[in-house]
Design a protein around this ligand. Structure first.
Ligand code: BES
Ligand code: ZN
Ligand code: MN
Length: 501
């Protein structure tokens, strides 16, 4: 993957073996900076536009190889699609296609021309255009095979731009930080469950936090027992792997700043437990910790940009297995809040561990807001597909803020209804709650059970069961398997919380 992104002075010579020229479909010719750089490539990019065989549709690419002195160089023209539609996700998608078009060339370095005139034509602010372009290009060069396959060779990206340094500010550095963290989330989520155990996940979280100066403590089973997290312990009880509970603190001592608790589902493998899943897609359940991974990476990213917010990250890490000591359908569990839950299916384990974690977040931190992120339900995939996450919550303002964050991040969400009718559906008969309320509205009742444990604390829920995993129809900057969805969404959300503080 690309691990170095730098800005190159617009006046200098471009020496990379590939130079990428993004153009809107309305463009008839190159903007000034691009045209000057293209002269060094015999005007190859200009010729592509002039030929009118190139329509500039989003992700349409044309690679032209030309002689440059005694070597070869490649002009890569990539379509951004029509201006009016160029939002963060589409810009990143187009640049991901540009990176993909370079795979067969096996180059190690590329240059990306970001003409201010072109960036200004997009409906998003220039800063977001540049960010999305870099993100799309860099993330498309991630290696989803964990080093086992033929890997994309690109390692360095130079940004050639006439955008003034003061506008560019920390954009390039932050895009680079974000991409590194998203790549690590993808790697964790793609790592098979025999390697990514709860202990290992907690350890990776601890290491990431240490690198980004985020305080982090990992609770052992004994610590979890002391906190009386009966639901976490029950889900963990069928596995030989001990549970862990990751507690990350960023800025927590800065008492005047708003406090957000991010809670992520960290199920390292979800066999379904005694209510075992069919085998066909069970292997994908190694990715059932994607929410927890996104939470920790988002805190690291927020810390790297020194966002003025307080953030606590809580990730219960467990493996859901049908061992001899496993919890069973019919069991009644006592959560850390003292409230009880009847288990109707051991496969609705995410809401159980999140109930304990959300209850702990509420009572221990008294935060301004709790956000939980989870690969929670198959139902959300049926309802919204794999490109849009389910969103719900008890605070309209925060739900709206999450929608704005999603637009900025290019990570789409869609709100699902949540009111007392749904909370009533998860009330128990022999317990306070039950963990399954039938197939009807299952993403909403799943969320509602978690939300019930936030009690009066404002709470937002993201169901990323569809978006955490790319089966092949994702945008071009997503590699196969884990997507890293949610990291940028949470970072943009925390930015909004910081803006409104
Ligand atoms: N981890 C799954 C949800 C899931 C499904 C994630 C598909 C990613 C892709 C969750 O724990 C689960 O098993 N949900 C069940 C709950 C049901 C039994 C109430 C579901 O939604 O089918
Ligand atoms: Zn699960
Ligand atoms: Mn499950």
């Amino acid at each position: 993957m690309i691990h170095s992104v730098l800005v190159r002075a617009a006046k200098g010579r471009v020496t990379e073996d590939a130079v990428v020229f993004p153009v809107f479909s309305e463009a008839k010719r190159l903007a000034a900076l691009a045209a000057r750089i293209d002269k060094g490539l015999d005007g190859a990019a200009a010729a592509v536009l002039a030929s009118e065989t190139f329509r500039g549709e989003r992700g349409e690419t044309r690679v032209v190889t030309v002689k440059r002195g005694r070597r070869w160089a490649n002009a890569v023209v990539v379509g951004l699609g029509p201006r009016a539609k160029a939002d963060a996700e589409e810009i990143a998608d187009a640049l991901g296609a540009a990176a993909r078009s370079l795979y067969p060339l096996k180059l190690t370095a590329a240059a990306l021309v970001v003409d201010q005139a072109v960036a200004k034509e997009a409906p998003v602010p220039v800063e977001f255009f540049v960010h999305a372009a870099i993100k799309g290009f860099v993330l498309a060069t991630h290696d989803p095979s964990l080093g086992a396959g033929t890997t994309p060779t690109l390692r360095r990206l130079s940004i050639v731009t006439d955008i003034p340094a003061r506008t560019l500010g920390g954009i390039v550095r932050r895009a680079h930080d974000l991409c590194g963290l998203v790549a690590r989330v993808r790697d964790w989520v793609n790592t098979p469950a025999n390697r990514m155990t709860p202990a290992r996940l907690a350890d990776e979280c601890r290491k990431m936090c240490a690198e980004y100066d985020v305080a982090c403590r990992v609770w052992s089973r004994a610590d979890i027992e002391r906190a009386r997290m009966g639901a976490v312990l029950a889900v963990a009880s069928g596995s030989r792997e001990d549970p862990r509970f990751v507690v990350a603190h960023y800025n927590v001592e800065k008492k005047t700043l708003p406090l957000v608790c991010l809670v992520g589902k960290g199920v390292t493998f979800d066999s379904g437990g005694v209510s075992i899943k069919p085998w066909e897609k069970m292997h994908e359940m190694k990715g059932d910790m994607a929410g927890g991974a996104a939470v920790i990476a988002a805190i690291a990213c927020a810390a790297a940009s020194k966002l003025p917010v307080r953030v606590v990250g809580l990730v219960p890490c467990v493996e859901n297995m049908p061992g001899g000591g496993a919890f069973r359908p019919g069991d009644v569990l006592t959560t850390s809040s003292g409230k009880t839950v009847e288990v109707l299916t051991t496969d609705a384990e995410g809401r159980l561990i999140l109930a304990d974690a959300v209850a702990y977040a509420r009572s221990h931190y008294r935060p301004d807001l709790i956000v939980d992120v989870a690969t929670l339900t198959g139902g959300v995939v049926v309802a919204l597909g794999t490109r849009v996450a389910g969103l719900m919550g008890t605070s309209e303002d925060h739900v709206d803020a999450m929608r704005t964050a999603a637009e900025r991040a290019g990570e789409p969400v869609w709100p699902l209804p949540l009111d007392d009718r749904y909370f009533a559906m998860v009330k128990g008969e022999i317990s306070d709650y039950k963990n399954y309320a039938g197939r009807n509205a299952s993403p909403v009742t799943g969320g509602a059970m978690i939300g019930a444990f936030a009690e009066g604390t404002p709470w937002v829920h993201l169901d990323i069961a569809g978006t955490a995993w790319n089966e092949g129809n994702g945008p071009s900057y997503q590699t196969r398997g884990a997507t890293g969805y949610g990291v940028e969404l949470l970072v943009r959300f925390l930015e909004i919380v910081a803006e409104n503080r």
